[in-house]
Design a protein around this ligand. Structure first.
Ligand code: FAD
Length: 402
């Protein structure tokens, strides 16, 4: 049945090869990853694993022996340098390999601070891979002073771990409020209160001017002119899809590797899934940076490699853990014009996003029931009126059958 090569041994790559074998594919499979570890889950890197509450093996999606048992040729610590789409060949660390079908699951690359403002100083970290987290973990010692640049979910999760471990945490967010890119002011307010309640020095509307230090970072100058002393810095200022390999091969990009609903790229016999892709959604294209998307899109690609001819319909959901709060998000809030709140902290609380009368998304904090009901409403296209949601007397479960 030929040779399927998957480039990128992360969440999407491993989901694709597992699905191929589970669907009865008995041809040759090669999974190539530049990191030394077998495929692992990234979410705990800024949560339980960073906290020291999770053993390394528990991060692995499957035990390392699984791949050999499934006759999957797992090549770790190996980087694909080039793809020749007309010859159906790739080059791995200089060695050529021929494929019948190729799947790109190259993930994302974190933005770094430019060296001109101190980004290359020792003690300046990003949070993307195990190597990043293992390098910064020894610095998480009570009394240490950390500056976190960026108030998105990654930065806030790192702040939560640091504060819990007794570090002195300053977080700067250049935008007027944390989570501005992804959430409503209500959700930002909720997390601001949470972090301030744990002693984090949260500075919104303030950017980083530059980091200072001789070899290693020792201080920071902020855009409001203030200066602070720091022992290390965590940069959480977003990611870019890893598209360089595809681009050099002449594969079409559009805010990521552009794939159709089936997961096909512009090149014959080349597919893609996960963080590195943008795909058709609600009449436009989107790129999602989430585990559920990586798994589900990669599984659809695997099924299509087996001839299923199946379209991928994303049902976005996401989560974040900070202190004792579990946030669960269903739907996409893009274009919202109204937000309705149910409940109040410290109890379960949820924020419901509407555009006109249409329910778009829900952010549910310690409210698994609100999340579950919101997700089912959104996925079935039901939009209870905002007043009904806001009313504490509403029997939420009854809305599902309404
Ligand atoms: P990745 O898992 O990044 O895998 C891509 C792999 O491809 C990498 O191992 C890379 O080294 C390899 N690669 C790239 N180029 C090459 C090449 N040329 N040759 C060989 N190998 C190559 N999502 C959630 O849903 N919930 C969360 O709570 C959450 N928390 C997160 C916390 C952190 C700290 C991070 C970093 C991410 C988090 N995410 C979360 C996002 C989620 O982990 C990603 O969306 C998901 O891992 C994407 O899977 P992927 O397979 O597309 O990419």
């Amino acid at each position: 049945m030929g040779h399927i090569v998957v480039i990128g041994a992360g969440q999407a790559g491993s989901s694709c090869v597992v699905k191929l074998r589970n669907s009865g594919f008995d041809g040759k499979i090669t999974l190539i990853g530049s990191e030394p570890q077998p495929p692992y889950q990234r979410p705990p890197l800024s949560k339980a694993y960073l906290m020291g509450d999770m053993a390394l093996e528990r991060l692995y999606l499957r035990p390392e022996a699984f791949y050999a048992e499934q006759d999957i040729d797992l090549q770790l610590g190996a980087t694909v340098d080039a793809i020749d789409v007309s010859a159906q060949q790739i080059t791995v660390d200089g060695v050529s390999l021929t494929y019948d079908e190729l799947v790109l699951t190259t993930g994302s690359i974190p933005h770094r601070l430019p060296a001109s403002i101190g980004g290359a100083l020792d003690g300046v970290h990003v949070v993307r891979g195990l190597a990043d987290v293992d390098a910064m973990a020894p610095r998480f010692v009570a009394g240490g002073r950390v500056l976190i640049v960026g108030g998105g979910y990654i930065g806030l999760e790192a702040a939560s771990v640091a504060a819990k471990l007794g570090l002195e945490v300053t977080l700067v967010e250049m935008a007027p409020r944390i989570l501005q890119r992804v959430a409503a002011p209500e959700t930002s307010d909720f997390f601001r209160n949470l972090h301030q309640g744990h002693g984090v020095n949260l500075r919104e509307g303030v950017g980083l001017e530059r980091l200072t230090g001789e070899g290693a970072v020792s201080g920071a100058v902020l855009t409001d002119g203030s200066e602070l002393e720091v022992d290390f810095v965590i940069v959480g200022v977003g990611i870019a899809p890893a598209t360089a390999l595809a681009e050099a091969a002449g594969i079409a990009l559009d805010n990521g590797i552009a794939v159709d609903a089936f997961g096909r790229t512009s090149a014959p016999h080349v597919w893609a899934a996960g963080d590195c892709t943008s795909f058709p959604y609600a009449g436009g294209r989107i790129r999602l940076e989430s585990v559920p998307n990586a798994i589900e899109q990669a599984e659809v690609v695997a099924e299509n490699l087996m001839g299923a001819n199946k379209e991928y319909h994303a049902k976005p959901w996401f989560w974040s853990d900070q202190y004792d709060v579990k946030l669960q998000i269903a739907g996409l809030n893009t274009g919202y014009d109204r937000v309705v709140t149910r409940g109040a902290a410290p109890g379960p609380v949820s924020f419901w996003y509407y555009r006109g009368k249409t329910l778009l998304a829900v952010d549910a904090a310690n409210d698994p029931r609100g999340y579950m009901i919101g997700k089912r409403l959104i996925e079935s296209g039901k939009s209870p009126s905002p007043d009904v949601i806001a009313n504490p007397e509403t029997d939420m479960k009854a809305l599902l059958s309404a």
